[in-house]
Design a protein around this ligand. Structure first.
Ligand code: HPA
Length: 273
């Protein structure tokens, strides 16, 4: 029997002992977007390597730090680095940042990621608010996890992404005069980028951006009752849309180029929550 409270009791106790406050918003910072934490007043930074049993971060652009930070008096929990399924970790490990968020008493989470465009009107450097996610396979796996963890399974349609939080994010973008695309975030396991045929298929099925994270976190956090939204930084054209070959360094470089815009949006959102 997989009981997350038992499985992660040392990690949760460690973080409880090291939490300076109950956060109002948690943010998981995606590939190349982690630097956001550096611009804020940080109360405490914990290296995930110092947390007993925390999965190691293996990817460039994912620092493996958890920050308790503050901006305009709002208390924040920032995950600089996430745990990916394609790194070989079980889903029960990938949702750990969400579980930690829940255990700190925080009720709201914003998931950010880097993604490739699928919609041909979206371009590198664009930001996209997720309006929905694909998740049939993930739901199947999560259902097992949730059923086994003593977390009540919910059959009703989840408010995912949160309509009220999405409305705040849209208003924040308007206030900052940032063009915010809206669309469906489409997960695939990776670790390779999609083939041109897969991007074409994804477009036909209704996807607007392709990525390798976020959906299981979003579904799990929504199951836990957290208000959940997600923003993608479009870092590249999906395979086959442009001639150029994809690489992880392109992804982090574009993410660096949009850092200013992304930070302005996040800060405005924080002010508005
Ligand atoms: N596909 C999947 N994941 C990604 C991509 C992509 O094109 N870009 C950044 N993360």
């Amino acid at each position: 029997m997989l009981d997350l409270n038992f499985k992660y009791k040392d990690i949760i106790n460690f973080l409880k002992d090291n939490s300076p406050f109950k956060p109002q918003l948690a943010i998981i910072l995606g590939s190349g977007l982690g630097e956001f934490a550096g611009g804020l007043k940080t109360h405490k930074t914990i290296l995930t390597t110092s947390i007993p049993g925390y999965p190691a971060s293996t990817i460039e652009g994912h620092a493996g730090k958890i920050h308790f930070a503050e901006y305009t008096g709002k208390k924040l929990l920032l995950f600089q680095g996430r745990i990916h399924f394609y790194e070989g970790y079980l889903l029960s490990k990938c949702i750990l940042p969400v579980f930690i968020t829940h255990k700190t008493g925080c009720k709201k989470i914003l998931l950010t990621n880097a993604a490739g465009s699928v919609n041909i009107n979206f371009h590198p450097g664009d930001l996209m608010l997720a309006t929905s996610f694909n998740g049939i396979n993930i739901k199947k796996e999560l259902t097992g996890l949730i059923g086994l963890s003593g977390i009540e399974e919910k059959n009703q349609v989840l408010d995912l992404p949160s309509q009220s939080f999405n409305n705040i994010i849209k208003k924040a973008a308007l206030d900052e005069k940032i063009k915010l695309r809206e669309g469906v975030y489409w997960y695939s396991k990776g670790p390779s980028y999609e083939t041109p045929a897969e991007i074409k298929m994804t477009r036909k099925l209704g996807g607007d951006a392709a990525g390798m994270s976020t959906v299981h976190e979003a579904m799990f956090s929504s199951y836990l009752g957290l208000t959940t939204s997600a923003i993608s930084c479009i870092t590249n054209y999906g395979a086959g849309i442009s001639e150029s070959k994809l690489s992880h360094s392109d992804v982090t470089e574009t993410a660096n180029l949009v850092r200013d815009k992304f930070e302005r949006l996040l800060k405005r959102i924080i002010i508005m929550i």
